[in-house]
Design a protein around this ligand. Structure first.
Ligand SMILES: *Cc1c(COP(=O)(O)O)cnc(C)c1O
Length: 471
């Protein structure tokens, strides 16, 4: 299975290269040449299987060229770090309304599901090549923690995480800054997540820097993350009777990686009725679906910081498909975005997107009200990100009460205790897993949002730069 860039000007690469590369050299994102499919009999056979086994089966066709044993070991190791036997269990909170708990991993957010696998795949791939890599990631909060947890102490990798100073929760920040391993570096940048992501994309476009440090990416622009996230759409749907009935999913969305994974599951053959994009007040996706105009505005900080994003990178992958995989049109759209600050989604592509997706923007007051309502109705505490998904799921159930809706719970409420306390007047007890994070000493490198400053810091600290090797 070869991978092609959405912008059509980067070399085609096999899976292992795509994993190590992240962003394509032409600024595009890698996508598989075609989507492998599973039939209904194969889907039905996932019932009752361990999560790691289903993951391996579903991911294998995307990883042609990768030794199967490597994938097998990585999947087993990754999902053994979860504190729930089901890895991603479902909880029912209303008629046909389910919450998919994706927060049982080491950092209590859904990012672990992909990152634990990616960390193992990357380290093993580097080991077999005798290479070192430098991972630089931008985070709106949870990706950084998950990446640091997945890569800390690994022999072949140094990790640098850029986060927007003052715009992540205390728990999120401490998860990144209290890790003592020498290969971990948390960098606080002034500005928003979008600023950090733009700076990161610039690093990837700097060919000599990229080579010099063996730059590798772990943001959801890395295809391996999308493909790992596709798995829980299957496992949850099968629990609810798939493939014999359709399921809808409501997904708290920022960078569009998670909900894109739902789309990939559907393209692979999972019977999905609707994919509902839930946003907070940073509603570019809801506006784009409603009007056809993709137009970022300034980022508004909210109580769901991991969704405080206006430039949803992975939307490019959906656009590429919706536009008939015409990379020329994708390039034009993103040139217009750079030039004019917006682009129009071509009418045919917009129709195609609407065939699979709905979107709902949930404001701050509605988010608080949803946390309170869910607690009142079912005694179940949801975090503010999850609340946007549950709210969107309820709206979908009003339209289509006969189809089960799964709201993805992307973070444990203990990561956002202040927002929970405001909504229901209860202080959430931190789970034991958080103790070292809440007590540890913080280590932070504060920096201006200037790519030369960031590059210098990375060059000084990356082991790959010293030996001059690169991936
Ligand atoms: C990352 C994140 C999201 C958004 O996911 P995307 O894949 O970026 O759309 C939502 N909720 C939480 C808690 C997150 O960490």
């Amino acid at each position: 299975m070869d991978y092609i860039s959405t912008r059509g000007r980067a070399p085609e690469l096999p899976f292992d290269e795509v994993v190590l590369t992240g962003l394509a050299a032409d600024g595009g994102l890698y996508v598989p040449r075609r989507y492998p499919t599973v039939d209904h009999k194969e889907i039905a056979a996932f019932a009752g299987r361990p999560y790691a086994e289903t993951a391996e089966t579903l991911i294998a066709p995307f990883t042609e060229g990768l030794p199967r044993d490597l994938l097998h070991q990585a999947a087993r190791g990754a999902y053994a770090t979860f504190s729930h036997a089901a890895v991603a269990p479902l909880t029912q909170i209303g008629d046909n309304l389910f919450v998919l708990e994706l927060f049982h991993g080491p950092t209590l957010a859904f990012k672990d599901l992909a990152m634990q696998l990616l960390g193992r795949l990357m380290d093993a791939l580097l080991e077999t090549r005798g290479l070192r890599a430098t991972i630089v990631g931008a985070t709106s909060g949870d990706t950084g923690a998950a990446a640091i947890e997945a890569f800390r102490g690994r022999a072949n990798v140094d990790v640098f995480i850029l986060y927007p100073d003052g715009r992540v929760s205390d728990v999120q920040r401490r998860q990144m800054t209290t890790v003592a391993d020498a290969n971990v570096h948390a960098i606080a940048l002034d500005g928003s997540f979008d600023d950090a992501q733009t700076l990161l994309k610039g690093l990837f476009r700097d060919e000599s820097f990229r080579r010099g440090v063996g730059l590798a990416g772990v943001n959801s622009i890395n295809w391996a993350r999308v493909v790992a996230q596709m798995v829980y759409y299957f496992t949850s749907a099968v629990t609810l009777g798939s493939p014999h009935r359709k399921i809808s999913f409501a997904v708290p969305t920022g960078n569009f990686g998670d909900v894109l994974a739902g789309y990939v599951a559907k393209r692979m053959g999972l019977p999905v009725e609707r994919l509902i994009v839930a946003t907070n007040e940073n509603d570019i996706l809801a506006r784009a679906l409603a009007t056809g105009r993709y137009e970022p505005r300034g980022v508004t900080p909210t109580q769901s910081p991991s969704m405080d994003i206006q430039l949803s990178s992975n939307f490019e992958r959906l656009l590429f498909d919706a536009i008939g995989r015409d990379s020329g049109s994708v390039v034009q759209a993103f040139e217009a975005l750079d030039r004019d600050g917006a682009f129009e989604i071509p009418p045919g592509a917009l129709r195609a997107v609407r065939e699979d997706f709905d979107a709902l923007a949930v404001n701050e007051a509605e988010t608080q009200a949803e946390i309170a309502r869910t607690y009142r109705d079912s005694g179940y505490v949801i975090d503010p990100h999850t609340a946007t998904g549950v709210r969107a799921a309820r709206a979908q159930l009003e339209k289509s009460p006969g189809t089960p809706v799964v709201a993805l719970s992307t973070a444990h409420p203990a990561k956002f205790p202040d927002a929970i306390e405001r909504a229901i007047g209860l202080r959430i007890e931190p789970p034991p897993r958080l103790a070292p994070v809440l007590e540890g000493k913080e280590r932070i490198a504060r920096m201006k949002r200037d790519s030369e400053t960031v590059k210098r810091f990375i060059l000084e600290h990356a082991r790959a730069a010293r030996v001059g090797a690169g991936a």
